[in-house]
Design a protein around this ligand. Structure first.
Ligand code: RAT
Ligand code: ZN
Length: 417
């Protein structure tokens, strides 16, 4: 029979970490691509170094003009960032430490600081083998991509029907459609969907057809959009109109959940490109309204503002069609992952998905998961220890069950519900 925990935090800790380390993860939101899509799947030391989280940090030390930086080769940019963030200063930010955690896990000597030797290491790998190695090191079972049909780099790959690695699940990302309608309209028309700048009945029909077509083509497991802090619903915007008349009806009809990622303030400094987006506090009222109005649709929710995290938990207590996930982007740092995970456990118990990686570079799943696993483990150890103090006996099998839920099982249950 099961192991009993009536005291010792150390025994609990051991069991929690054994379970965490041996449970395969589904990473429910990344920006990675199936290897058959070619160069848009980023990996290796130079891509790790030019990650936009690090670009933003390096730019604070560099005085190179933005244009000049962007005109440089990836390798030269990486050299600059390496010098600014790893050599001239100690790499203690979360994103720079992450590079070192990754290199170390791959067996490289981080004490050598020998960037060229790291480059030689990556040059030896074939991507197909490397994907397997990274999955093994991160203990991933599968991951979820971000797939926007308006992305000119990605769209052709889908239209050519390239084989998708079954570990890579697709998500129909609706950012362009919902956040940039004036630019979406001419493209949709050129693809054979007859839509008007001022949407009406005919446009709704066509957008619903577009959503069904693409959800089917990419075999999407959910739809999603990142939304600004000002996101309101309902309001008199085209976005609300499209959500109400196109996205929600298709979600209801297909059973696909809709992912809401609220709080990204785009291009606060456009010269930083991808690194130039910021954060703002979002409105939980919009989420409450949406969940209330659409009890037959499932919603995934993550919010970017630290200030929103408490009300997110409370909202999830009110709506069982709402699944909270991940510590997104600027809250994906150890101090806040700990705070948010503890808060979620206290308010929602195990009914959520505590983390996703948001990896843009394949290798990042190694550090993002190793750092998060440690924090999730610390929080769970504390909570099971508190439980033991009440006299409740938790078995090892139950701890494993709970952790399997947190690392992907709850997400799949929600998707399939
Ligand atoms: O975390 C990131 O890399 C951001 O740039 C965004 O992509 C964000 O995660 C998003 O999904 O919009
Ligand atoms: Zn993302």
């Amino acid at each position: 029979m099961a192991l009993l925990f009536t005291e010792k935090n150390t025994a609990i800790r051991q069991t929690v970490f054994d379970a965490l380390n041996s449970t395969k993860i589904t990473d429910i939101h990344t920006h990675l691509y199936t290897p058959s899509f070619g160069d848009i799947l980023l990996w290796g030391i130079d891509d790790l170094l030019v990650y936009h989280y690090l670009v933003a940090e390096a730019m604070r030390w560099l005085d190179v003009p933005y244009d000049m930086f962007w005109a440089m080769s990836k390798r030269d940019q990486a050299d600059l960032i390496w010098k600014a963030l790893f050599i001239d200063h100690s790499p203690i930010s979360e994103a720079s430490r992450g590079v070192l955690t990754t290199l170390q896990a791959l067996g490289l000597d981080t004490s050598s600081r020998d960037l060229d030797s790291y480059r030689r290491f990556f040059a030896e790998w074939k991507i197909e083998d490397y994907v397997d190695r990274v999955f093994e090191l991160a203990n991933l079972e599968g991951l979820v991509m971000t797939n926007d049909p308006f992305d000119d780099l990605e769209r052709p790959a889908w239209l050519e029907f390239k084989a998708v690695d079954p570990r890579f699940h697709a998500v129909l990302r609706l950012d362009t459609l919902l956040n940039d309608w004036p630019n979406a309209v001419p493209k949709l028309n050129s693809w054979g969907y007859t839509v008007d700048l001022v949407p009406g009945r005919e446009t709704y029909v066509e957008i619903r057809r577009f959503l069904r077509d693409w959800a089917g083509r990419i075999n999407a497991i959910y739809m999603a959009a990142s939304l600004p802090p000002t996101f309101a619903y309902p309001d008199d915007s085209v976005r609300s109109d499209l959500l109400k008349n196109c996205v929600f009806p298709v979600a209801a009809e297909t059973g696909l959940p809709m992912g809401l990622m609220i709080g990204s303030k785009r291009a606060v400094n456009p010269q930083l490109k991808l690194a130039g987006d910021s954060v703002g506090r979002g409105n939980i009222e919009a989420v409450e309204h949406i969940c209330q109005e659409n009890p037959n649709i499932k919603f995934l929710l993550t919010m970017l503002g630290r200030e929103n995290q408490h009300e997110v938990c409370v909202a999830a207590r009110k709506f069982r069609n709402l699944h909270v996930f991940g510590c997104w982007w600027y809250v994906n740092i150890p101090s806040l992952i700990e705070e948010i995970t503890r808060m979620r456990v206290e308010l929602l118990g195990l009914g959520m998905t505590p983390q996703h990686s948001d990896a843009r570079v394949l290798d990042q799943v190694i550090y993002k998961w190793s750092h998060s696993r440690k924090i999730i483990g610390d929080v769970l150890t504390e909570k099971y220890t508190d439980l033991a103090a009440t006299g409740w006996i938790v078995s090892e099998a139950e701890i494993r069950r709970d952790i399997a839920g947190l690392l992907g099982g709850n997400f799949w249950d929600f998707i399939k519900r």
